[in-house]
Design a protein around this ligand. Structure first.
Ligand code: DMJ
Length: 634
C-alpha cells in the first residue's frame, strides 16, 4: 500500500483495472471527480469517504502493476512452463480451474523473482559455462527430435568411429595381394582424375567422361562413390582432392530427372559414410541437403516413392516399363538405412518417418506365398505383376531388412521378423538344386519358376552369412551352409567362362548349369556381388578358398578388364579376347575394389559388429541405443 499523498511518478492508462483517463499526477495531490469538478466543493465527511474509495482504488492499481508478470515474461515461458502442480488440469476435455486463486499471485511473484535471480546468476557465470549450457540444451532438443534440418544444420557431437584404418596384414603374401588391390584403386582413380575429373564416370578406352542418365546432371558420381574406399586404403592425397571437389562443386539443384534409388545409394550413402569415417561437416551438410531434395519423391497417395524425380521441380514419376506405373521393390526398399541415418545426423525425424511408412504399406498387403512381388503401384497401394526376384528389381530390399535390424543394434524387431519370414518363403519357393548339386535362386513369375540366376543375385550368399547368427529356430548353421552353397554356385559361374569372370545371368536348364545361354546375358560390367559374398564368407568362416577365389577374380580383372585408361567391362565373358564396353562403373571403386581390399585385410577393419554396408558398400555405423537422436518408431 502506498502512503497517502505520495505520488509514484506517473502511470498512464496501463494498470489493470484502472480506467483510461483516470490518473494520478504529483507532486501535490490533485484529485479530479468524474466531471472534472474540484473536490474542494464537497463536505468534510464526503471528502473523507471519497478519499477512502480513491485510495483503495489506487492501491489496487499499484498492486496489479507490482504483482502481475509483464507480457515479456509470459512469452519467455515463465508463466507457461510452471511446474505441473501449477497448471490447470484437463479432465475429459473440461478445463478445471485451480481452486486457490489467491495463492496464484504469490506463486507468480515467486516465479518472477526466481527468473530474475537466474538471469542475474547467468550474467555472473564464466562464458565457457554458458556455452556448455547451450550445447547441452541443443543436445536435449536433438534427442527429442525437435530441431529441423531446414536452414542451418544443428550442431552434432561426432563420435570417433571404430576400425576405420586397419593394420597391415602379418602374412607377407596377403599383404602383397592387398597392396596389389590398392594399386588397382590408384590406377582407376588416377585415370578417372586425368580423363574425366568431375564427371560421373570414365570411359577408359576413349579416355573421356561418361554420363549415365541415372544421375540426371548431378556430377561427380565416381568421386562421391570412391571417398570411403580412398579413406580406408589411406590414400590421403586422393581423398583430399575428392573432399575439395565435393566442397567446391557438388551441386544438387539440377533441372533433370534422377533415379532416387541410385542417387540415394551412391551419393547419400557415399556422403554419409565419408562423414561417419572422418567427422568432416561438409559431408554431413551435403548428405542432408541431398536427402531433403529427395523428399518430394514420397509425395504419392501411399507414400511409396517414385522411381524418378526432378530435383528442381520436385515432380516424380515411375519407369514407363514398370508394370502399369509401379514403383520397384528394390528401389523403394533400398532407402531405409540411409534415411534412418539422415535423421540421425540431422536431428530431423522426417527421413526416418518416410521409410517407416513404406514398411507400414508393405505390412498391410497380402504376400503371395509369403513372397514380395517386385512391383507395387504407389497410387493404389496394390502389387503389380507377381514377379519375384532376389536379383534385379528385388535384391537389396531383402538386404535392407536384415541390415535395418542389425543397424538398429538389433532393436528393430519388425525388420528382423520381415527378413527371416521372407528368407523362409524364398527357400520354399525359389531356392533349388541342380542335377549336379549346385544350389541356385530362381526367379518366380506368377507361380512359375524361371531357372535363371543373375550376377546380382550372388550378393545373397553374403546376406545369408550375415544373417545366420540371428536365424530363428537354431538355423544358424543352416543359413551359413546356404550361404556357402550360393558362394560355390557363383564361383562356378565365373569358373565356367573363358575369362573367369561371371556373366550377367546364368541358367540351369536344357542340360546347362551356371552358364549364360543368351548372348545378351554374357557381359560382365565390373560388378561386385560375387566378391562381396567371398568377403562375408571369409569373415565368418576363414576358409582360405574364399581368398583364393577372390584372387582369381583379381587376376581376371587385370587380364581382361584393365586397359590403358582404367578398367572396363567386357561384352562376352566366354570369348577368347575382350570386347570392352568402355565404362569404368563408379561401383567398381565403391564396391568391387573395397570388398577385395577387405577380403585381404584383418577382420578389425570395418568390423561387422560396428558397421553395416549399404548396398553400394558404403559403411554406416550401427546406431547404439545411447547414440540415438530420434526416438524409435513404434
Ligand atoms: C550397385 O550399384 C549396387 O550394388 C546395387 O544394389 C546393385 N547393383 C550395383 C552393382 O552391381
Amino acid at each position: 500500500m502506498l502512503p497517502f499523498g505520495v505520488a509514484p511518478g506517473s502511470t498512464g492508462a496501463g494498470g489493470a483495472g484502472c480506467p483510461p483517463g483516470g490518473g494520478v499526477s504529483g507532486p501535490g495531490l490533485l484529485l479530479l471527480g468524474p466531471a472534472g469538478r474540484k473536490l474542494s466543493g464537497f463536505r468534510l465527511t464526503e471528502k473523507f469517504l471519497l478519499l477512502l474509495v480513491f485510495s483503495g482504488f489506487i492501491t489496487l492499481c499499484f498492486g496489479a502493476i507490482f504483482f502481475l508478470p509483464d507480457s515479456s515474461k509470459l512469452l519467455s515461458g515463465v508463466f507457461f512452463q510452471q511446474p505441473p502442480r501449477h497448471r490447470p488440469s484437463v479432465s475429459f476435455g473440461v478445463l478445471e480451474e485451480e481452486p486457490e486463486v489467491g495463492g496464484r499471485l504469490a506463486r507468480i511473484r515467486e516465479e518472477h523473482e526466481r527468473a530474475l535471480r537466474e538471469a542475474k546468476d547467468t550474467l555472473n557465470r564464466p562464458p565457457e559455462d554458458i556455452k556448455g549450457d547451450i550445447i547441452r540444451d541443443k543436445k536435449k532438443l536433438l534427442a527429442q527430435g525437435r530441431v529441423t534440418a531446414g536452414g542451418k544444420l544443428p550442431g552434432r557431437v561426432f563420435k570417433p568411429p571404430v576400425g576405420v584404418v586397419g593394420k597391415e596384414p602379418d602374412d607377407p603374401d596377403v599383404k602383397e595381394k592387398r597392396d596389389k588391390i590398392k594399386e588397382m584403386m590408384k590406377f582407376s582413380w588416377d585415370n578417372y582424375k586425368r580423363y574425366a575429373w568431375g564427371l560421373n564416370e570414365l570411359k577408359p578406352v576413349q579416355k573421356q567422361g561418361h554420363s549415365s542418365n541415372l544421375f540426371g546432371n548431378i556430377q561427380g558420381a565416381t568421386i562421391v562413390d570412391a571417398l570411403d574406399t580412398l579413406y580406408i586404403m589411406e590414400m590421403k592425397d586422393e581423398f583430399n582432392d575428392a573432399k575439395e571437389w565435393v566442397e567446391k562443386n557438388l551441386e544438387f539443384s539440377v533441372n533433370a530427372e534422377v533415379s532416387v534409388f541410385e542417387v540415394n545409394i551412391r551419393f547419400v550413402g557415399g556422403l554419409l559414410s565419408a562423414y561417419y569415417l572422418t567427422g568432416e561437416e561438409i559431408f554431413r551438410r551435403k548428405a542432408v541437403e541431398l536427402g531433403e531434395k529427395l523428399l518430394p519423391a514420397f509425395n504419392t497417395p501411399t507414400g511409396i516413392p517414385w522411381a524418378l524425380l526432378n530435383m528442381k521441380s520436385g515432380i516424380g514419376r515411375n519407369w514407363p516399363w514398370a508394370s502399369g506405373g509401379s514403383s520397384i521393390l528394390a528401389e523403394f526398399g533400398t532407402l531405409h538405412l540411409e534415411f534412418v541415418h539422415l535423421s540421425q545426423v540431422s536431428g530431423n525425424p522426417i527421413f526416418a518417418e518416410k521409410v517407416m511408412n513404406i514398411r507400414k504399406v508393405l505390412n498391410r498387403l497380402d504376400k503371395p506365398q509369403g513372397l514380395y512381388p517386385n512391383y507395387l503401384n504407389p497410387s493404389s497401394g496394390q502389387w503389380g505383376q507377381h514377379h519375384v526376384s532376389v536379383g534385379g528389381l528385388g535384391d537389396s530390399f531383402y538386404e535392407y531388412l536384415l541390415k535395418a535390424w542389425l543397424m538398429s543394434d538389433k532393436t528393430d524387431e519388425e525388420a528382423r521378423k520381415m527378413y527371416y519370414e521372407a528368407v523362409q518363403a524364398i527357400e520354399t519357393h525359389l531356392i533349388r538344386k541342380s542335377s549336379n548339386g549346385l544350389t541356385y535362386i530362381a526367379e518366380w513369375k506368377g507361380g512359375l519358376l524361371e531357372h535363371k540366376m543373375g550376377h546380382l543375385t550372388c550378393f545373397a550368399g553374403g546376406m545369408f552369412a550375415l544373417g545366420a547368427d540371428g536365424a530363428p529356430g537354431e538355423k544358424t548353421g543352416h543359413h551359413i551352409e546356404l550361404a556357402a552353397e550360393i558362394a560355390r554356385t557363383c564361383h562356378e559361374s565365373y569358373d565356367r567362362t573363358t575369362m573367369k569372370l561371371g556373366p550377367e545371368a546364368f541358367r540351369f536348364d536344357g542340360g546347362v548349369e551356371a552358364i549364360a545361354t543368351r548372348q545378351n546375358e554374357k557381359y560382365y560390367i565390373l560388378r561386385p556381388e560375387v566378391i562381396e559374398t567371398y568377403m562375408y564368407m571369409w569373415r565368418f568362416t576363414h576358409d582360405p578358398k574364399y581368398r583364393q577365389w577372390g584372387w582369381e577374380a583379381v587376376q581376371a580383372l587385370e587380364k581382361y578388364c584393365r586397359v590403358e585408361g582404367g578398367y572396363s567391362g567386357v561384352r562376352d565373358v566366354y570369348a577368347a579376347h575382350p570386347n570392352h564396353d568402355d565404362v569404368q562403373q563408379s561401383f567398381f571403386l565403391a564396391e568391387t575394389l573395397k570388398y577385395l581390399y577387405l577380403l585381404f585385410s584383418d577382420d578389425d577393419l570395418l568390423p561387422v559388429e560396428h558397421w553395416v554396408f549399404n548396398t553400394e558398400a558404403h559403411p554406416l555405423p550401427i546406431v547404439e541405443k545411447s547414440d540415438r537422436t530420434i526416438a524409435e518408431s513404434k
